[in-house]
Design a binder for this molecule. Structure first.
Ligand SMILES: *[C@@H]1O[C@H](CO)[C@@H](O)[C@H](O)[C@H]1NC(C)=O
Ligand SMILES: *[C@@H]1O[C@H](CO)[C@@H](O)[C@H](O)[C@H]1NC(C)=O
Length: 351
């Protein structure tokens, strides 16, 4: 039927052809969140939430610290690579990169941030609403760079990755006296955060996003920092915090269901790192790990950011044997395994 070959259809066919020839499954990976996916935005801020010094980045290309909170690559980097794009997702505020790099991937994430504005205030980092302001600025730059039509196509076909929430509980709710804890029960606080996540996705959708991954919480009670507080329990995982992660993830899953129902043309998935990380923590040897209770850096019990530095003589030699790099963040090896799992589960929806 010749009349069906409108220019619009041709454009779609061309787009399919282009994506097939480049081998990438999505044209770009666009990232929001906290230290789990910050590639160095905080380097440009006046905050203590930084990691752009050794031994961070020790196993990164060139042994270079970048501001990633790990010995090497972080989940967003592995996701980009798994979709056939670059092996790194650069930070939007990193002056080494410009729009020609950001056209296929960019992260607006900021270590120490959370869904709640009060969380980003704790360490003076970029709040989620500001990450969205940067994203709007990025859209304008992308349109100037690629032209409106092509840019809109990239923006609607890109994969949007959202990863935060841990800091809302561990850096804010359970840490700041007289703050959120005096206003909300932990159950109410979860509802509050999920409401922010919902508005965030709706705003992204309004700006053209269609493929979105909402990241769940890891087993927070098993982070070395939390285990270290459990003297009596012999450094066992804190079950209360793990339960908060499970409850929050359940609410996030329900939100994902609702968003898919409410917003035409959207595809949102819940990328849940909880069970795979728990499996690694319970059976580390199955994954080649030897140390799970403490991180590689320094004593592995409390150090992160400036306290994890090259003055520490105790830092482990081989981070591939450690599940955690510092007291709060997984090693590159763990990040790779988690993303490998997500690519076979939630993110397979976008392949
Ligand atoms: C981006 O940076 C590269 C290398 O530094 C440069 O060649 C290119 O012209 C820049 N592109 C834009 C659009 O600014
Ligand atoms: C967070 O702060 C921004 C900027 O002040 C504001 O627009 C937004 O409503 C706040 N979010 C919440 C959930 O209070």
């Amino acid at each position: 039927m010749a009349h069906m070959y409108t220019p619009w259809l041709l454009l779609i066919q061309l787009a399919i052809l282009v994506s097939k020839t480049t081998g990438a499954k999505v044209p770009a990976v666009i990232v929001f969140g906290d230290s789990s996916v910050d590639a160095g935005n905080n380097n440009r801020l006046s905050t203590i939430a930084k990691s752009n010094f050794e031994p961070y980045g020790r196993d990164f290309a060139g042994g270079r610290p970048t501001g990633r909170f790990s010995n090497g690559r972080i989940p967003s980097d592995f996701i980009s690579e798994a979709f056939g794009l670059k092996p790194l997702v650069p930070a939007y505020l990193d002056p080494q990169y410009n729009i020609s790099d950001f056209a296929t991937g960019v992260t607006f994430a900021s270590a120490g941030s959370g869904y709640d504005n009060a969380t980003s205030d704790v360490l003076s980092v970029i709040p989620l609403w500001k990450e969205l302001v940067y994203y709007k600025e990025y859209q304008a730059k992308l349109r100037a760079y690629l032209g409106g039509t092509k840019a809109n196509q990239v923006l609607s076909e890109a994969l949007y990755v959202m990863s935060c929430g841990t800091n809302d509980f561990l850096e804010n709710y359970y840490t700041i006296p007289g703050g959120r804890r005096s206003q909300y029960t932990v159950e109410q606080y979860q509802v509050f955060l999920v409401g922010i996540a919902e508005n965030f996705v709706k705003e992204l959708y309004g700006l053209g996003a269609r493929k979105i991954s909402l990241g769940g919480l890891p087993p927070m009670g098993c982070m070395p920092l939390e285990r270290a507080t459990n003297f009596i329990g012999g450094r066992a995982c804190l079950q209360d915090y793990n339960k908060v992660s499970l409850d929050f993830n359940g609410k996030l899953k329900a939100l994902v269901f609702k968003l898919n129902k409410d917003l035409p043309g959207i595809k949102v998935v819940h990328s849940n790192p909880y069970y795979i990380l728990m499996q690694i923590i319970r059976r580390p040897s199955l994954y080649g790990f030897e140390a799970v209770e403490v991180g590689c850096c320094a004593t592995g019990t409390f150090e992160m950011g400036y306290t994890c530095n090259q003055m520490n003589q105790l830092t482990c030699r081989d981070a591939t044997k450690y599940v955690f790099w510092d007291s709060f963040h997984p090693t590159q090896q763990t990040n790779s395994i988690i993303v490998g799992h997500l690519m076979k589960t939630s993110l397979a929806a976008f392949l």
